[in-house]
Each structure stands twice: as structure tokens, then as C-alpha cells.
Design a protein around this ligand. Structure first.
Ligand SMILES: NC(=O)c1ccc[n+]([C@@H]2O[C@H](COP(=O)([O-])OP(=O)(O)OC[C@H]3O[C@@H](n4cnc5c(N)ncnc54)[C@H](OP(=O)(O)O)[C@@H]3O)[C@@H](O)[C@H]2O)c1
Length: 277
């Protein structure tokens, strides 16, 4: 049975630990939400995070979790259905869940490509597209995509840079460019073709490009603000705790565009302000 709750709902993916946990905490403390939903694949860690966050937040903010495996379209579908049935809308979506192979991982570079793109880029695009109809029903609705400075345009040849940064780029063209990168990696020709040498970097570069595509689409519709960010190099499991920034500070780079008054759209936030791609 579908019901639309009255208070604002924030959904944070990958929020059982790391930067996402602190994004959820800070959104809960912002006084702007009555529901904070942790979208997590590990149910046990999600339950621990719900209890820990609920203990730190005012009683009027309800924390809960739902199952989500980013990169699994059936899981995206079930998650979107659950959000529709539980809340009837989503006011803010923070796409924080992300994955990087460790430098020490022995999986060959070619075999790291598809899973990295499937989770970080294709998963984020498919999940967001499924949730956007619910986000459009939100109050002051926003999407924040946690990308990375690893997604800098400068890693590409000038020709590829102009394709990714074109103001005419469509989502279908962006997906095709990412497919071309994947093919080049499988052929071993990615460096010759101007792609640089990071699967993770291209996955995050494509998330930044997708942010700008959605922002253009929704600028015409006039409602949803869609931005992205780099949290900075943070001490989390992803970096084996080698980062230089506390994850609570890194989280602010997502929380600022999710909560600020009169947010811009289509921008890349880093170091707590709008930065350059
Ligand atoms: N740490 C940094 O220095 C840094 C810098 C730039 C950008 N980022 C980005 O910041 C975001 C958070 O990273 P973090 O450093 O906090 O990493 P983390 O501690 O490894 O946390 C990653 C979170 O994403 C979840 N996740 C990963 N793959 C998933 C999947 N397929 N489905 C559902 N959930 C998934 C993890 O869930 P499980 O517990 O189930 O694994 C975990 O909750 C990522 O997007 C990352 O790329 C981090």
C-alpha cells in the first residue's frame, strides 16, 4: 500500500560505514529531515549503523535501512519499489556507495574494469533514473553524487575531454563513451586512445559527467538540484585508513550541496565549496 509521508526523506547509499555514515549523521542533525534511510547491502552492518545513528539523533528523526546492492538492477528495482511503498517520495538522494580495487589486488587491470564501471557509474545511473520520479515528488529535492578528484577531466586526451564536457552530451552518448573505454581496456589500447590508465578514475569522471547531464535535463523541468563532490582523501576502509581527512569532514562536501539554501545545479564540490572539474 503506497503512502506519502509528510516529513522530508534523505536516502544515503553505502552508509553503514565510512563517509556515508557521517553523511547520514550530518543530514539527520541538519533539522531538515524526519527520515534518514540507509541503503546498504550488508544487513548486519546496516542494523548496527541504524542503532548508532538513532542514538545520536533527535527522536523526531527516524533512521531505518533498506537493502541495496549497487550494480544489481534487480536490487535497484526492488529498492525503488520499497521507497515508493514506504515514503511515496525521496527528498534527497546521496549516491555515496562506491568501490575501488585495492592497489595490492591481484585481479588483472582488464578484469577490474567492468565491475568498477558497473558499480560506480552504471549502478549509480540506473538507481538514480529509477528514483528520479520519486525525487521529483520531494520538497526542495536534491541529488548529490559522491564522485572523486580521481575523476578529473585532465586525465583524458583533449578530444575526449571535449566530448565528456560538451554541453550537448546526452546520457546515451555518455554511456556509449564509457562502453568505448571498456572496449579499449579489453583491447589494451586505452592509453593510445587517450583514456589514461584508471578504471576508478574513468568511473568517477563519468559520474561527474552524468551529474551535468541530469542537471541540464532537470534545469528545464525547474525543480531538482543535482550536484556532485569529492570528499577529499579520507581515512576509510577504501583507502586502508591512509587518507589525510577524517571521514566526518569529507562528508561535509556532500552535505553542503544537500542542505545549503539556494543550491546551484550541475556543480562539482570539493574542499567545502564549488570547485573545478
Ligand atoms: N575515502 C576516500 O579518500 C575517497 C576519496 C574520493 C571519493 N571517495 C568516494 O566516497 C564514497 C565513500 O567511500 P568510503 O571511503 O567511505 O569507502 P568505504 O569505507 O569503503 O565505504 C563504501 C561504502 O559503499 C558501500 N558499497 C560499496 N560497493 C557497494 C555496492 N556494490 N552496493 C552497495 N553498497 C556498496 C560499502 O558497503 P559494504 O560495507 O557492504 O562494503 C560501504 O558502505 C565512495 O563513492 C568513494 O568512491 C572516497
Amino acid at each position: 500500500m503506497m503512502s506519502t509521508v509528510s516529513g522530508r526523506v534523505a536516502v544515503v547509499t553505502g552508509s553503514n560505514k565510512g563517509i556515508g555514515y557521517f553523511i547520514a549523521l550530518q543530514l539527520g542533525l541538519s533539522n531538515l529531515f524526519e527520515h534518514v534511510l540507509l541503503a546498504c547491502r550488508d544487513e548486519s552492518r546496516a542494523a548496527d549503523a541504524v542503532a548508532s545513528l538513532q542514538a545520536q539523533l533527535p527522536n523526531k528523526v527516524k533512521v531505518s535501512s533498506a537493502s541495496l546492492t549497487l550494480g544489481n538492477t534487480e536490487s535497484h528495482r526492488a529498492f525503488a519499489k520499497q521507497m515508493e511503498e514506504s515514503f511515496g517520495k525521496v527528498d534527497v538522494l546521496v549516491n555515496n556507495a562506491g568501490f575501488a580495487f585495492k592497489g595490492s589486488d591481484s585481479t588483472p587491470f582488464k578484469e577490474q574494469c567492468t565491475p568498477t564501471l558497473d558499480i560506480n557509474f552504471r549502478g549509480t545511473v540506473d538507481l538514480t533514473n529509477r528514483l528520479l520520479p520519486l525525487i521529483e515528488k520531494g520538497t526542495d529535492p536534491r541529488v548529490v553524487n559522491v564522485a572523486s578528484m580521481a575523476g578529473r577531466l585532465a586525465q583524458l586526451s583533449p578530444e575526449l575531454q571535449s566530448k565528456f564536457s560538451s554541453n550537448d552530451l546526452t546520457m546515451a552518448e555518455l554511456e556509449s563513451l564509457v562502453d568505448q573505454f571498456e572496449t579499449a581496456v579489453h583491447d589494451g589500447t586505452q592509453k593510445d586512445k587517450g583514456w589514461g590508465s584508471s578504471n576508478y578514475g574513468i568511473s568517477k569522471l563519468a559520474v561527474i559527467a552524468a551529474t551535468k547531464v541530469w542537471a541540464r535535463e532537470y534545469a528545464n523541468k525547474g525543480t531538482v538540484s543535482i550536484n556532485c563532490c569529492c570528499p577529499g582523501y579520507c581515512k576509510t576502509d577504501m583507502t586502508s585508513a591512509k587518507g589525510v581527512r577524517d571521514p566526518a569532514d569529507g562528508a561535509k562536501n556532500a552535505v553542503i550541496p544537500a542542505t545549503m539554501e539556494n543550491p546551484p545545479t550541475g556543480q562539482f564540490f570539493e574542499n567545502f565549496k564549488v570547485g573545478q572539474w
